[in-house]
Ligand binder design. Structure first.
Ligand SMILES: Nc1ncnc2c1ncn2[C@@H]1O[C@H](COP(=O)(O)OP(=O)(O)O)[C@@H](O)[C@H]1O
Ligand SMILES: O=P(O)(O)OC[C@H](O)CO
Length: 515
């Protein structure tokens, strides 16, 4: 077979993937293949039980180091940095950053999406007239998860933040906004934007208009005179996100931006209604493309913007969000010392045949979809003198698979359709055992790509579409199709149902602990 001819001067796109536990910069060629990558883990700050913070300056420096590291590796392969035509951003969503517009300095650590410190505040808000109607407008339930309650907590508890608000100099952003602002040089250019897939995670954006909804903002008693929110622009835009003010890619335009779960859907090419993906990262998030109109769930799912690539290319998704997935594996590594690294989880789980009667409800931040139980906390059931570390490892990985099953059941009820196959990605999907367990429990094949950096690929696609690296979705047909692995169900439905019943019982029993 003759080798495929390569273009004389191939083009590349960079993607910043700023996740919950690590930052990556990945350079893709126009066939969607990874050419160079640099990844850095950064500090997870847990000041109190249930609190979770990141240092906003460290997020920026991790991005800058990753860009420089990946570009160095790229150039070592004989490429030149001016072949990189654009950069896309994808990021952990909901995580809230506040800064002073006049100095560009953060006023507090970023409050991470998993953080439950606003639990009491949320309980009080639930009694406010109109709380039940919020979801219909913004797609999200009133909980500690979206950015709104995190911002209110900062205003109530951090005097510097309140003073900046009163003086009209407070800037608020999800991580995409913070990155775009700082990477453009901060106060020098004042790029203050967000895309709809990120803005839809604040509770301030109206899903229909893709703009802020005055009634939503008023409901939270925020004064728009005092706090100007970032401008919402398309997920793929040649101008709105500015360009890199420093690093080895100084001057390269940022032309794409997507929340990480939306980016993974794009990276899996879930462009058409009925397509879905499940990303097993720190948390686990199933997004199901529902088309160009939002669908409000009546079964515990969120409604969110999948992506906005302009008229005719604007899609919504139903989302099942699981707060704890890979983080439970990290918990076994970092807190309990069960294994030396996450990649050893499967080996430990395989030292036993089954979970030995152990169920682990990994509700470290309460339980998200489809249960939304904010007062549940991590609970291990069924421990006996027989229990080994392997049983707990197995129960840990099963927890995410069970919750995914509960989400798929809700999705079938909301959409009236069942998935034929589940596309997967994210760190935890590296484990064959987890993927096989998942397929067994949901009774459909699980389809894993060989190239698992789908989140970064999604950001690269958003950026590349804006500058003509790809002119439309059709040109992406051949991207990320080779080498996929299919895990097919190997147990019968009755035994999967029996296991799931025990999980549901455990979920009910984990309620109320943090009340
Ligand atoms: N082989 C593996 N088995 C189980 N979990 C894994 C494995 N490899 C990585 N993980 C988990 O995946 C998570 C990282 O996935 P990633 O997609 O990079 O997350 P994020 O984007 O949230 O930072 C970590 O929490 C880690 O514990
Ligand atoms: O860090 P991840 O990949 O688990 O994703 C975080 C989500 O965006 C939170 O909603």
């Amino acid at each position: 077979m003759s080798p495929v001819a390569q273009p004389v001067n191939p083009t590349f796109v960079g993607a910043i993937d700023q996740g919950t536990t690590s930052t990556r910069f990945i350079i893709f060629n126009n066939r969607g293949e990874v050419v160079a990558v640099h990844q850095i883990e950064f500090e997870q700050i847990y000041p109190n039980p249930g609190w979770h913070e990141h240092n906003p300056e460290e997020l920026i420096s991790s991005v800058e180091q990753c860009i420089d590291g990946a570009v160095e590796a790229f150039e070592k392969q004989g490429h030149s940095r001016d072949q990189i035509k654009a950069v896309g951003i994808t990021n952990q969503r909901e995580t809230t950053v506040v800064w002073d517009k006049t100095t560009g300095k953060a006023l507090h650590n970023a409050i991470v999406w998993t953080d439950t410190r606003s639990q009491d505040l949320v309980r009080k808000l639930k009694h406010r007239l109109g709380s039940k109607e919020l979801t219909e407008r913004c797609g999200l339930p009133l909980s500690t998860y979206p950015s709104a309650s995190k911002l209110l907590w900062l205003l109530e508890n951090v005097p510097e933040v309140k003073a900046a608000y009163d003086n009209g100099v407070l800037a608020f952003g999800t991580v995409d906004t913070w990155l775009a602002y700082k990477l453009n040089g901060g106060t020098a250019r004042e790029i203050y934007v967000s895309d709809p897939s990120n803005a839809s995670r604040t509770m301030f954006m109206n899903l229909e208009t893709l703009d802020y909804d005055d009634e939503l903002v008023d409901w939270f008693r925020l004064d728009r005179e005092k706090i100007k929110l970032p401008k919402i622009v398309r997920s793929s835009d040649p101008e709105a996100y500015g360009s890199l003010a420093s690093t080895s890619l100084k001057g390269v335009k940022i032309t794409g931006c997507l929340g990480d779960q939306s980016a993974a859907l794009v990276g899996q090419k879930g462009f058409t209604p009925g397509q879905a993906k499940n990303t097993y990262g720190t948390g686990c998030f199933l997004l199901y493309n529902v088309g160009d109109k939002p669908v409000i769930s009546t079964h515990g799912l969120l409604s969110t913007v999948a992506f906005d690539f302009g008229p005719g290319k604007r899609m919504y998704a139903l989302e099942g969000s699981i707060a704890v997935a890979g983080s439970s594996v990290k918990f076994l590594v970092d807190n309990l010392g069960f294994i030396e690294s996450s990649s050893k989880l499967s080996a430990l789980a395989e030292t036993v045949e089954d979970n030995g009667g152990v169920t682990f409800v990994t509700a470290f931040s309460g339980l998200f979809a489809p249960y939304w139980i904010d007062d549940a906390r991590g609970t291990l059931f069924g421990i006996t003198a027989y229990t080994q570390r392997g049983h707990i490892a197995r129960a840990t990985l099963e927890a995410t698979c069970f919750q995914t099953k509960a989400i798929l059941d809700s999705m079938a009820k909301d959409s009236g359709k069942s998935l034929a196959e589940l596309a997967v990605d994210g760190g935890m999907c590296n484990s064959d055992l987890i993927m096989q367990t998942q397929s067994d429990l949901i009774g459909i094949p699980v389809n894993r790509p060989a190239m698992r950096e789908t989140t970064a690929l999604g950001a690269a696609i958003a950026a590349g579409l804006a500058v003509g690296v790809w002119s439309d979705f059709k040109e992406l047909d051949d991207v990320n199709v080779d080498g996929r692995t299919l895990f097919k169900p190997q147990i019968d439905a009755a035994s999967a149902d029996k296991q799931f019943e025990r999980w549901e019982k455990a979920v009910q029993m984990s309620k109320g602990w943090a009340n």
